[in-house]
Design a protein around this ligand. Structure first.
Ligand SMILES: Cc1ncc(COP(=O)(O)O)c(C=O)c1O
Length: 405
């Protein structure tokens, strides 16, 4: 029997084109010279190289072992305390010890939640559009995905209410209320209140992903869903965008009974998040360095966003629209009639510009007239050139469509 498995021997969950989609985006990022608006990666200039190196030196010199050892599944005591203190400072509520877990990134948080809640055929409501990693996580457990549309104030909660009235019975609802990936919009205060009320009334869990919450350009934030309804929300956080993703670190905070189940689920995924990253982040918080870094990151991303929006204004043909983010990494483009985003993305990469076609962010394959533009990692000096190139491709495709009609 052949040692290398053929496709038929893979489990069903190993298939699917969404995974290939993510792989395609990542491979685009690697092309030399590409002006990439594709990946949602942080700008490498935000990486705390010197401080990370100094802390590593301290850990080694002091003879500390915890940074180098296995950690408890829930996390090391010190880092848990640092995360809890930050949650209290930034969201006004300190979790109890049995409500908080340190995860190996928010993606792992999604995996743990899926493993804990989703049987085949269970309904998970997502935003339309939503984060591709969440679509993949829920699909990995054969959940049925139901998308509820968004507008400039985030998830359209009235439309959700209608779906619930029509008989949709979700186990969970996944939302990114702040500076959403990919739409670049935030949920209004009013809708946050309405959403938690619906969750309590209909008995579904809200999974709140706060990946970009601390990256508002002006540092402001609306109440988190978890702070509004700690009984009905599991919040997934990450240090990837505010510290650095190389440590693969995040948190899950929610009701104690659920948290205990997430700890169980983690015991047979990776057992514990890396202790070294936990200790680095703890010290970063304790020394106040995270606040310094956040101030710099916010200023950098604001500048890059403004530059990209100004270039869109200058170069994009009539009929193209985009969202105006107040934080985070993304603007969401709506293309004029006759321009297909997958086709555009293909032509763009041939011309040296990376974008992500909208279809990847919808569970049902819609989004052909949408594209995600990320300003986080693109070289600031090449934003104008990249958008001008993209705009010329949009205009050209639209002209072809017009003449063919
Ligand atoms: C909404 C959202 N959640 C989670 C993640 C991933 O977080 P982590 O690096 O902690 O796994 C991302 C990164 O792109 C994201 O955009």
């Amino acid at each position: 029997m052949a040692v290398t498995p053929d496709a038929q021997r893979f489990a069903r969950r190993a298939g699917g084109d969404v995974g290939e989609g993510i792989a395609a985006i990542l491979s685009l990022l690697g092309l030399p010279g590409l002006i990439s608006f594709a990946g949602g990666f942080p700008d490498p200039s935000t990486f705390p190289r010197e401080r990370a190196a100094a802390l590593l030196g301290e850990f080694a010199a002091s003879g500390e072992t915890s940074a180098f050892q296995y950690a408890p599944t829930r996390g090391l005591v010190g880092p848990l305390d640092a995360v809890a203190a930050r949650l209290e400072a930034t969201q006004g509520r300190r979790p109890a010890d049995n409500e908080l877990l340190i995860a190996s990134g928010a993606i792992e948080g999604l995996e743990l939640v899926s493993k804990t809640f989703l049987d085949a055929g269970d309904v998970a409501v997502v935003e339309g559009p939503t984060y591709l990693g969440a679509i993949m996580a829920f699909r990995g457990y054969d959940a049925e995905l139901v998308a509820v549309p968004m507008d400039e104030h985030g998830l359209q909660v009235d439309k959700l209410e209608r779906r619930l009235a029509d008989g949709v019975r979700p186990k969970l609802l996944y939302t990114i209320p702040d500076h959403q990936n990919p739409a670049g919009v935030s949920m209004s205060s009013e809708r946050r209140e309405q959403l938690v009320e619906l969750a309590r009334r209909h008995g579904f869990l809200i999974v709140e992903d706060v990946a970009y919450r601390e990256l508002a350009f002006d540092g402001a934030a609306l109440p988190s869903l978890w702070s509004l309804a700690p009984d009905a929300v599991v919040q997934l956080g990450t240090t990837s965008k505010t510290f650095f993703p190389g440590v693969r670190l995040g948190w899950a905070v929610g009701p104690a009974e659920i948290s205990a189940q997430l700890v169980n689920a983690k015991q047979n995924t990776d057992q514990c998040a890396g202790a070294l990253g936990q200790r680095l982040f703890e010290e970063y918080v304790r020394r106040g360095w995270i606040e310094e870094q956040l101030a710099q990151s916010r200023a950098l991303y604001r500048r890059k966003s403004e530059r990209m929006l100004a270039a869109l204004e200058r170069y994009m043909p009539h009929g193209t629209t985009w969202t105006r983010p107040q934080g985070g990494f993304f603007s969401w483009l709506t293309l004029p009639d006759g321009v297909d985003s997958a086709d555009l993305a293909r032509r763009a990469v041939e011309s040296g510009v990376g974008i992500v076609p909208g279809g990847l962010f919808f569970a049902d394959g819609s989004g052909a007239d949408k594209a995600r533009l990320s300003f986080s990692m693109v070289d600031e000096e090449r934003i104008d050139e990249g958008i001008a190139l993209l705009a010329s491709l949009v205009s050209a495709q639209r002209e072809v469509w017009r003449t063919e009609r």
